[in-house]
Design a protein around this ligand. Structure first.
Ligand code: UN1
Length: 515
């Protein structure tokens, strides 16, 4: 192991000498299949992680259930205090954990650290929430009666997270789930187990120090079989899944068929629209970040760019300048803006998309190839690509599918209505953004005939949402909402309680049933 990798892992208490245990349910274990975690920038094997055997998985699920049964009785503000301590412990390791994200996932250092910050932020939010998860008192039509809506803990929440945000998306779920009084079992992406192990070490130390069962925040690393077991387990009341539309469809059906609850965060295929009155000095760098940041591997990455004809050429010229200056390389080096794709498979997906663009005679304005000279050829580095397909045909795969790579397809429009139609013409509905100074455009964009995405931004790019609002998308993105806003309401079991404190027992709706 390179000394840099072992320094980062050592600073987080993740062993670098032998195989690492990838299962935690109060104790660390794992004697199932061994997974390799590889650095996408160099191909270096970072660790070998021992996942759960079916037996260990079963045990972990049971222990999580037991942990819930005691944890639900801990008062919510006390749960908030645990989250405050978790927040402090994460903040103390912000840099080290952020660097591990860069090392294992491949995003650049500032984004790796930013991702840990996102977990810290949602902990702050959940600490406050722990004193504000209010129910309601509803007026009853019957004299001497009151109706309460009471949020109770839900049970066990299974979190299946993706490689691209190996820390923050778990954070959103853990923070709300824990504030709500649930136990959480985490099945991370099989390619980012070290981030999950490092986070679980930080969280479990806080729980154990406070005498709370560690299985309140359990971890089961592994592949498809482990994910399936979590999805199908009757012990798991809510499954929160982030990943592809393809797998999301399977997960959604499986959970619904056993009448479990599900939150789906699936593909994004996000567009930015630039109006002729936009401030290009803001819009151009924002589109650059949206499309090239995280090497195009956010579900909120900008994949489609609709430019008003009046400013289109100037916009593309300015954007191309930024594309040509992008520094690709070691994600941990301070000057790098473009890290690698996460896996060699993703490089293949990128190359197929480029092939398809060429087959439909799209103009490739820049990029279009992997970096094939040393040292970048050792990793999964691809050139950020800006393409101008001949037309906008929403049924063509180039417009309608999410390619998880830095490919941005541009088109020119004349009327805002046309651009909104294109924006909405894809199956996905996660994020969207318009650049304009004209209030009339803003009104159209955020209103009934505007963007149909879950995130509808104005003079703000498609990616990089704060934790305060509910995060999620519509249509084939799965309709799930996580993080801020009212998302916490999905993590509780609502009890509607009608209480009679009178000396009579009248029926509602005036029904007369003499006995
Ligand atoms: C994701 O890509 O799965 O809004 C989540 C953003 C980040 C979260 C992205 N806060 O881009």
């Amino acid at each position: 192991l390179s000394s840099r990798a072992s320094n980062i892992l050592n600073s987080l208490g993740v062993s670098t000498t032998t195989e690492v245990s990838g299962v935690y349910d109060g104790e660390w274990r794992g004697s199932g299949d061994v997974f390799e975690s590889k650095c996408p920038a160099t191909g270096e094997v970072l660790a070998r992680v021992k996942s759960a055997t079916p037996q260990e998985l079963h045990q972990a699920l049971e222990k999580t259930r037991e942990a819930y049964v005691s944890f639900r009785n801990v008062p919510a503000p006390r749960r908030g205090e645990l989250l405050r301590q978790i927040r402090e412990a994460l903040a103390a390791k912000r840099v080290e954990l952020g660097e591990l994200v860069s090392l294992e996932m491949g995003k650049i250092r500032t984004e790796g650290i930013g991702e840990v910050q996102e977990f810290v932020d949602i902990c702050d939010y959940a600490v406050g929430l722990s004193r504000m998860m209010n129910g309601r008192v509803v007026a009853s039509e019957r004299p001497g009666h009151s109706i309460l809506e009471v949020p109770n803990p839900l049970g066990v929440v299974g979190v299946l997270s993706a490689f691209n945000f190996p820390v923050a998306v778990y954070g959103w779920n853990l923070a709300l789930s824990m504030a709500a009084g649930n136990a959480t079992i985490w099945k991370p992406s099989p390619t980012t187990p070290l981030c999950a192990i490092a986070v679980t070490k930080i969280v479990s130390e806080v729980l154990e120090k406070n005498g709370i069962p560690g299985a309140v925040a359990g971890l089961v690393t592994g592949g498809k079989d482990v994910g399936e077991a979590v999805v199908e387990s009757k012990h798991v009341d809510l499954v929160s899944f982030t990943g592809s539309e393809h797998v999301g469809r399977i997960v959604g059906k499986a959970v619904m068929s056993r009448f479990g609850k599900v939150i789906l965060e699936l593909g994004g295929n996000n567009a930015s629209i630039v109006m002729p009155d936009a401030d290009l000095s803001l819009a151009v760098p924002a589109v650059f970040f949206g499309a090239v940041g995280t090497a195009g591997q956010r579900c909120t990455s900008t994949r489609r760019l609709y430019l008003h004809r009046e400013i289109a050429d100037e916009f593309l010229e300015r954007l191309l300048k930024l594309y040509s200056s992008v520094a690709a390389g070691d994600p941990l080096a301070s000057e790098t803006l473009l890290g690698p794709l996460h896996t060699p498979t993703a490089v293949g997906t990128y190359e197929n998309a480029i092939k398809h663009l060429k087959s439909i005679d799209a103009e490739i304005l820049c990029g279009g190839k992997r970096y094939d000279s040393a040292p970048l050829d050792a990793g999964n580095f691809v050139q950020p690509t800006l393409a101008l397909p001949k037309s906008v045909n929403p049924t063509d795969q180039i417009w309608k599918t999410e390619t998880f790579a830095p490919i941005l397809n541009a088109a020119k429009f004349d009327e805002l209505e046309q651009a909104i139609e294109w924006n909405n013409a894809v199956p996905q509905g996660l994020s969207s953004s318009i650049w304009t100074r004209d209030l009339r455009n803003v009104g159209k964009w955020i209103g009934p005939a505007g963007s149909d995405a879950g995130i509808v931004n104005v003079n703000v790019g498609t990616s990089g949402a704060e934790i305060g609002a509910a995060f999620g998308g519509n249509k084939s993105t799965g309709w799930g909402r996580e993080s801020g806003g009212d998302a916490w309401k999905e993590y509780v079991r609502w009890s509607a309680c009608t209480i009679n404190f009178s000396d009579a027992a009248p029926l509602a709706q005036g029904v007369n049933f003499p006995a």
